[in-house]
Design a protein around this ligand. Structure first.
Ligand code: MEV
Length: 422
């Protein structure tokens, strides 16, 4: 019987391969699966072992290139890491269709991150708030002393914000606003928040509790816009249906969630390819989408004066090119190189541009033939593999599946059997 206890004493002291052997023995794992996993992790497994606790290997996700993207007048090939069929193809198509109008134009608000310091046990929160504002120069010094390199690069402490929350016991929330330049900035701002904490406690007479960045990076926004000519989208009927699809997402949280999920298909794929924190970006995006108190779409779709379809996106996008996995993971480094080694600001612009184009393609498909046809041609290959097709059989099985109109595993198995009997 496989081991059922999750207690493996000293697991973290083993090396990666020993851990895997222990798991394989305890759980009686299939030897073929273990070998396949080992082979798949061969190149990056040892790096993974330095990145997380108890690493046994890596989870490989396809990395593809979005072609045709033009961002702020420059062509850029964009690496995207995604397990989902048709995500990358959709960007290639959507980007091609707005090349004639100059591609995607972007702007950013700058790389400002927020760290929060929670102060409780203050009897007069509003005077504590005023005191904190008086201490801004001291706070600035404490923060900047924590990261002289960042200051040298033109970043560092910028300002504070102080809010009083009307909770059961009022609490004072200090925001440190920090320019983190090319870093995503979590480490930098968390260090600063921890450094100011004892001083804040002394100044206010309160208790400092949480000290952590906010992933609602609403001072680190990307804005992206593009226009799609009528002849590329298939005429006024499609354009107007896409505008109505956008309006649907703006008005209805059920639709907005799926609409934004589609945007994040693109954004997160770029974020992951560059070793950035997908969860941080996702959390920020969804919180920003709900900033009015009602969850809504991150994009807007309109008809421009010249009749083209005009799309625009606005969302927080906290990514970096220094620190964390971005610097140590070879795929992340390679992805950055493919894009011409952008700085964090440029990387955020590219990711935002991909999100907008991704949304265009999803809405176009939904407003016309539906997404299943395009999706199915790629999905058919997955189904063929699930049915056991070998690499030299996948295309034939996938083609036959599409022709059959039933992209299902049982059908794939029948096709495979027939193919092999020939
Ligand atoms: C699927 O991953 C994404 C879509 O559902 C997005 C959308 O509905 O807008 C196609």
């Amino acid at each position: 019987m496989p081991k059922t206890s999750s207690r493996i004493a000293g697991f973290h002291t083993l090396d990666r391969i020993q851990r895997l052997k222990t798991l394989a023995a305890d759980l009686k794992l299939d030897a073929g699966n273990v070998d396949a996993f080992l082979n798949a992790s061969a190149a990056t497994g040892d790096i993974a072992a330095h990145m997380v606790e108890n690493a046994i290997g890596t989870m490989n996700v396809p990395l593809g290139i979005a072609t045709n993207m033009v961002v702020d007048g420059r062509d850029v090939l964009v690496p995207m890491a995604s397990e989902e069929s048709s995500v990358i193809a959709a960007v290639c198509n959507g980007a091609r269709q707005c090349r004639a109008t100059g591609g995607v134009r972007t702007s950013t608000t700058g790389p400002l991150m927020i760290a929060q310091v929670q102060i409780t046990g203050v009897s007069d929160p509003f005077s504590a708030r005023a005191q904190l504002f008086e201490k801004t120069p001291e706070i600035k010094n404490i923060c900047n002393e924590m990261d002289p390199l960042l200051v040298e690069m033109g970043g560092g402490f910028k300002d504070i914000e102080v809010r009083v929350l009307d909770t059961a016991e009022p609490m004072v929330i200090l925001h440190l606003i920090v320019d983190t330049r090319d870093a995503m900035g979590a480490n930098a701002v968390n260090t600063m928040a921890e450094a100011v904490a004892p001083h804040v406690s002394k100044w206010t007479g309160g208790r400092v509790e949480l000290r952590i960045l906010s992933n609602l990076a609403d001072r680190r926004l990307v804005r992206a816009t593009a226009k799609w000519p009528l002849k590329e989208i298939g005429g006024k009927g499609v354009r107007d249906a896409m505008v109505r699809a956008g309006a649907f997402a703006n008005a209805d949280p059920y639709r907005a969630t799926t609409h934004n999920k589609g945007i994040m298909n693109g954004v997160s794929a770029v974020v992951l390819a560059t070793g950035n924190d997908t969860r941080a970006v996702e959390a920020g995006a969804h919180a920003y989408a709900a900033r009015s108190g009602r969850y809504s779409a991150l994009t807007r779709w309109e008809v421009a004066k010249d009749g083209t379809l005009s799309g625009s996106l606005e969302m927080p996008l906290a990514v970096g090119i220094v620190g964390g996995a971005t610097k140590i993971h070879p795929t992340a480094q390679f992805s950055l190189e493919i894009m011409g080694t952008p700085g964090a600001d440029k990387l955020a612009r590219i990711a935002g541009a991909v999100g907008l184009v991704q949304n265009f393609s999803a809405l176009k498909a939904l407003a016309t033939e539906g997404i299943q046809r395009g999706h199915m041609s790629l999905h058919a290959k997955n189904v063929a593999m699930m049915a056991g097709a070998e690499p030299d059989e996948i295309n034939a099985v996938a083609d036959a599946l599409i022709e059959s109109g039933a992209v299902r595993q049982d059908v794939a198995k029948r096709i495979l059997k027939k193919l092999r009997s020939k």
